[in-house]
Design a protein around this ligand. Sequence first.
Ligand SMILES: [Zn+2]
Length: 313
Amino acid sequence: MKWLFRLGGVALLLVAVGAGAYWYYVADGAVPEATSYKTDIAEWRRLVSGDTANLPSEIRIEFVGRDTMPFVAVQAGGANVDFARARTAFQLNGPDGSVIIDSGMDQDTAGKAQRGESAKFDAAAYGRVIAAMGSATRVAVTHEHIDHIGGVLGFPVPERLAERLVLTQKQFDGLGGATGKGVPAAYATMTHLDLSTPTRIAAGVVMIPAEGHTAGSAMFYVRLNDGREALFLGDIAWAISNVRLPALRPRFVQQFYMSPPEDRGKVGAQIRALHELATVEPGMAMIPSHDDAHFAALIASGLIKEQFVIDAP
Ligand SMILES: [Zn+2]
């Protein structure tokens, strides 16, 4: 009988270890109570306080692609359903011209990066992103992953874009590994921004360092001329529910799916800070890059309009 008890003990131990590993890698989305990340909205507002007459008047979006991923990979402990993932680029239009935030990726790249049977690519939308970049006053990206910087790397005349491109030193340093494609020489020789503090990059637009998802990750604070405010989160959160709950991505995604791995401590601190900011600034729209359902709500609310405006050449 003794061996039977022993066997039972081993089986129980394996179940316990398995349950522990499952919790650790899949289900634990706990965000630390205290945060070291500073969201200094007073400083962001101060940086654009002189822009009154030149503030952008609208935010536009292009959906370059759409696919799905399991929501359990988006939010630890989340429901076992599909998450509708949008691949996006944004255009801010105003008296000073337009600012592009993120650039999508081309069809070839999307074919490798997108997943699931429902994966779609909109070549016309990507064409409008490239055309709009051609006449934008500023082009910047939330981070150096291919679905955000692909359009920059694929821009037909990099020398012409480099003059107007905001690329941080850390974004540039992370490019090689992140893309698997060559980096145009013009992006190597241009001046890279040392983004150590929030920096105004255009009228009404502040770029905010947010290392964690990647070394070159950044957020963008935007103030419109009607007083509305938006904060582009990049991929700090894939779903707005990550911020609202709050909850992190699961460790198996952070450690095994991302290369190089995401810094869970830094992203956790940012999620906590954003969660607190949303509480004190409920009027400010938080915009993660990929949450298709959230975009539907932001479009319905009138904050975001569909399709870029292209200047006649
Ligand atoms: Zn992304």
